[in-house]
Design a protein around this ligand. Structure first.
Ligand code: GDP
Length: 298
């Protein structure tokens, strides 16, 4: 997804190679190139501004290092700033002291929440947990079936309304699932919620009602990295309407530019916790800002 950005940054750094001390004009030109590369990759403007300001200030003030030549020094600064924009350190799941830990998924329809529930279930299971997936998306006709199939595939528990009872109350399902998890000794509950195609008041209200009913330890905002600048707007709407603790980027295997999704952490002040890069259950991992920065910088 970040190949073009990666190529452009590599080309920019190449121009610096072989230079002795970097002049202010060199740094200005480099900053301009990086700015264009980030904007073309769809990174949100406030993020680009903050990024360039930091890189310029640090590059101008950089001490002459014996170990690194000027070009390497700029790459190092860009790398560190990129890691910072992406959230710094890896943000791990906070598990509750008294199980079950409740993880709620929120996001637009099609963002990949149901798929993610399966991936997260499998990931949690591999870490020694006993997860229960809860079907609270009673809006999309096939969502309950889809979650049931995904849970079976992941080898984890499922809590869903009876078939044919798809018009049930998602808040009640969510509330009851916690009691069920306690009795059946599930230690993590993953609540899948309904999304809509666009930002919608009723969807927000329902997600907020579910949140109030289950009081999640972690609310994760799930966002499709392919939707471009809408990723940032949607994230802000969910932050204000439901609130969330962390972000999950999906569809990083797509060929869109993806920079907007990378801006979500900086814009909302919430870190990216997981990334999905395919439809299979294994196409998923914790998000590591340093690894993503290295991937982007090639
Ligand atoms: P929901 O409406 O938020 O529950 O979204 P779904 O989980 O149903 O996902 C919507 C579509 O995106 C499905 O066709 C998924 O197979 C697909 N999908 C989900 N995650 C990924 C991903 O990381 N990469 C790709 N390529 N497709 C994905």
């Amino acid at each position: 997804m970040f190949d073009t950005l990666s190529d452009r940054l590599t080309a920019t750094f190449k121009n610096l190679r072989g230079k002795g001390r970097l002049s202010e004009a060199d740094i200005d030109a480099t900053a301009r190139e990086i700015r264009i590369a980030l904007l073309e990759a769809d990174v949100a403007l406030p993020v680009v501004r903050a990024f360039i300001k930091q890189v310029k200030e640090r590059a101008l003030g950089a001490e002459v290092s014996k170990a690194l030549n000027p070009a390497q020094q700029v790459v190092k600064i860009v790398n560190e700033e990129l890691v910072g924009i992406l959230g710094g350190e890896t943000r791990r799941v906070r598990f509750a002291k008294n199980p079950p830990t409740v993880i709620m998924l929120a996001g637009l329809q099609g963002a990949g929440k149901t798929t993610l529930a399966g991936k997260l279930g499998r990931w949690l299971k591999a870490q020694g947990h006993t997860p229960l997936l809860v079907a609270c998306d009673l809006q999309r006709p096939n969502a309950v079936n889809q979650l049931t199939v995904v849970a079976e595939r992941a080898g984890v528990g499922i809590y869903a309304p009876e078939p044919g009872n798809g018009t049930g109350d998602p808040v009640k399902v969510a509330r009851d699932s916690i009691e069920y998890a306690r009795t059946k000794q599930y230690d993590v509950v993953v609540v899948d919620t309904a999304g809509r195609l666009g930002i919608d008041e009723e969807m927000m209200r329902q997600a907020a009602d579910i949140r109030d009913a289950v009081r999640p330890d972690e609310t994760l905002f799930v966002v499709d990295a392919m939707i471009g600048q809408d990723a940032v707007n949607t994230a802000e709407a969910f932050r204000d309407g439901v609130g969330f603790d962390g972000v999950v980027l999906t569809k990083l295997d797509g060929d869109a530019r993806g920079g907007a999704a990378l801006s979500v952490a900086h814009v909302t002040g919430r870190r990216i916790m997981f990334a999905s890069n395919g439809e299979k259950l294994d196409d998923f991992d914790a998000f590591h800002p340093d690894r993503m920065a290295s991937r982007i910088l090639g």
